[in-house]
Design a protein around this ligand. Structure first.
Ligand code: SF4
Length: 556
């Protein structure tokens, strides 16, 4: 049925009020003032219920981006937990640990700040609103409209639809937002960005596949004196096997809070790869336990991280379109840092918008100024330097450290270690995995006590996640039969393992005794996007639920 939609027209549409989108809006307002041109109309929308609700990161921020955007950010009470004052790197075996005698340059954090990304984003939103730009939180983009090869509009999500897709009494059709240029700043693996790649495949013509990690994190309140605000510990090893990619962190925040987390590569061959379980096992290690034990877990969150850097960046612009921040892979994998690069991408896109406005030209040619700015920037220099980092770890941790060391010290890329497959293509069927690596995890599953180690549901509760139950599932499964037969037999339904929010569950199939079927609880979803990336059959598609739903992160 054709639905009549309200049409909103604006000069610039920015989708996503994270560091990139907010930096773009801020830059446009400031540069318009500098160039003495009329302030353009900007519509800045975000799917979270408030600015920063969906922002989650470790996080240690390099101030390079924010000091370029807002040089007096400290005077403007930017929420910084602490300046980094101590760095260390630990290698963990199952029971023991070794402290590395040196910190590689990429992991030196002096001059950087421990922050809560969601507090930082909320503050940046206030700076943008002070310039007269409203942030429309709770407005989720659903479809990217491409007409004659040009991005022309975004359709927002319909509200008030029941599980079967019927309109309820409170039905409100999504609007059609038409814009001269749309900036997709949705964060990692954005759903409109995915539309852009599908509808405009030339955007990915010269890019390697993206490689992702899933990061799982908790914020703990701990007894005073265990770790100082600004102390940064990076962790390699346990429980991640040598042949897989990932590692952990512990960051001292203000007020006896500590950010503790673990990242796991989604290019794992293991169909039982479970980032949440690995994180809980990591917390059981004596080195981590001595920091957290006796404390209280306050917040939980999970998110994917685009980790292949320079070679996986898409073309950054098209007719009527620019891609910024994590949506475009602006993340330095060697430092696992992207906030400063996201801000820089927003600045460069914002400056390009001003040129386009002055020329009244939003074509590909005109917007290529964004790429020219990038090529001349410190962001390109940084990303190019770490271009081989993720690929270097293809043969495991030790070889990865060797290749990376050679690259960093002598600029030598010994072999072609590039990522050439999508993450899900690395997953092995259960039998093959057992033959190659043995059963995984090697030990019986942890018994979660929900005091120190938490099951997924107890953790999700601490993420503040809310979704209205009565709406179509925002996890679209193209073929349940594949899940209930082929995937069960070959892979053992990896979705029930890799999802860090217990959305996917295999339950008894009453209609087919002795068999199980996939059951979904979309209301638990923390919007991490792992399932859309890691599903071996690619039958799961994550689409935006009603606006204003999902996690409600605080202090994350
Ligand atoms: Fe993440 Fe998908 Fe689970 Fe949602 S359903 S929490 S996006 S893995």
């Amino acid at each position: 049925m054709d639905i009549e939609r309200e049409i909103l027209e604006t000069d610039i549409l920015i989708v996503g009020a994270g560091p990139a989108g907010l930096a773009a809006a801020y830059t446009i307002a400031k540069e318009a003032e500098k160039a003495s041109i009329e302030m353009p109309e900007i519509l800045l929308i975000d799917k979270g219920s408030y600015t920063g609700a969906h922002s989650l990161s470790g996080a240690v921020m390099d101030p390079k981006g924010i000091s370029e955007l807002i040089p007096d950010f400290k005077d403007k009470n930017c929420p910084l937990e602490a300046e980094v004052n101590k760095d260390s790197i630990l290698y963990l075996s199952e029971k023991g640990s070794i402290k590395l005698p040196f910190t590689p340059p990429a992991l030196k954090n002096h001059g950087n700040y421990v922050i809560s990304l969601n507090k930082f984003t909320a503050w940046l939103g206030e700076q943008v609103e002070a310039l007269g730009i409203d942030v429309y939180a709770g407005m989720a983009g659903y479809d990217l409209i491409v007409e004659e090869g040009k991005v022309s509009a975004v359709q927002t999500v319909d509200m008030g639809v029941d599980k079967e897709g019927n309109q309820r009494s409170n039905f409100e059709p999504g609007s059609l937002i038409k814009a001269k240029v749309t900036l997709l700043c949705e964060g990692v693996h954005g759903s409109l960005t995915r539309h852009a790649f599908e509808k405009l495949p030339e955007l990915l013509e010269n890019s390697l596949p993206q490689a992702y990690l899933t990061g799982v994190k908790e914020v703990w309140e701990i007894p005073e004196g265990r770790i100082k605000p600004g102390e940064v510990i990076h962790v390699m090893g346990y429980p991640q096997p040598q042949h897989e990619y990932g590692g952990g962190w512990v960051y001292g925040m203000a007020d006896n809070l500590v950010s503790v987390g673990y990242t796991v590569g989604l290019n794992s061959p293991n169909p039982k790869n479970d980032p949440h379980l690995k994180f809980q096992m990591y917390k059981e290690h004596p080195e981590i336990k001595k920091i957290l034990d006796g404390g209280t877990m306050r917040h939980y969150g999970a998110k994917t991280i685009p980790d292949n850097g320079y070679y996986s960046m898409p073309q950054l612009y098209h007719d009527g379109l620019m891609l910024c921040g994590d949506s475009a892979g602006f993340l330095d994998p060697s430092r696992l840092k992207g906030i400063h690069l996201a801000i820089k991408s927003g600045i460069m896109a914002g400056e390009t918008v001003i040129d386009a406005l002055q020329a009244n030209d939003f074509s590909k040619d005109s917007l290529s100024g964004y790429k020219k700015r990038f090529d001349a920037s410190w962001a390109k220099e940084e990303l190019y330097k770490s271009r081989n980092f993720h690929g270097s770890f293809k043969s495991g941790l030790m070889m990865g450290m060797f290749y990376t060391g050679m690259q960093m010290m002598f600029g030598i890329n010994l072999f072609n270690r590039r990522v050439n497959k999508r993450d899900h293509e690395y997953m092995l069927p259960i039998d093959e995995y057992r033959r190659a690596h043995g059963e995984e995890p090697p030990k019986p599953l942890l018994k979660f006590d929900n005091n120190y180690t938490f099951d997924k549901l107890s953790d999700v509760y601490k993420s503040g996640t809310m979704h209205e139950e009565e709406q179509p599932s925002h996890l679209q499964i193209a073929d349940f039969d594949v899940c209930n037969t082929k995937c069960t037999e070959e892979y053992g339904n990896p979705c029930q393992h890799f999802c860090p929010a217990h959305v996917y569950e295999m339950v008894d199939n009453d209609a087919n005794p002795g068999r199980q079927k996939l059951q979904l609880t979309p209301s638990n979803c923390v919007h991490c996007k792992t399932c859309d990336i890691a599903d071996p059959y690619q039958v799961i598609r994550w689409v935006t639920p009603q606006g204003g739903e999902g996690p409600n992160y605080t202090n994350c």
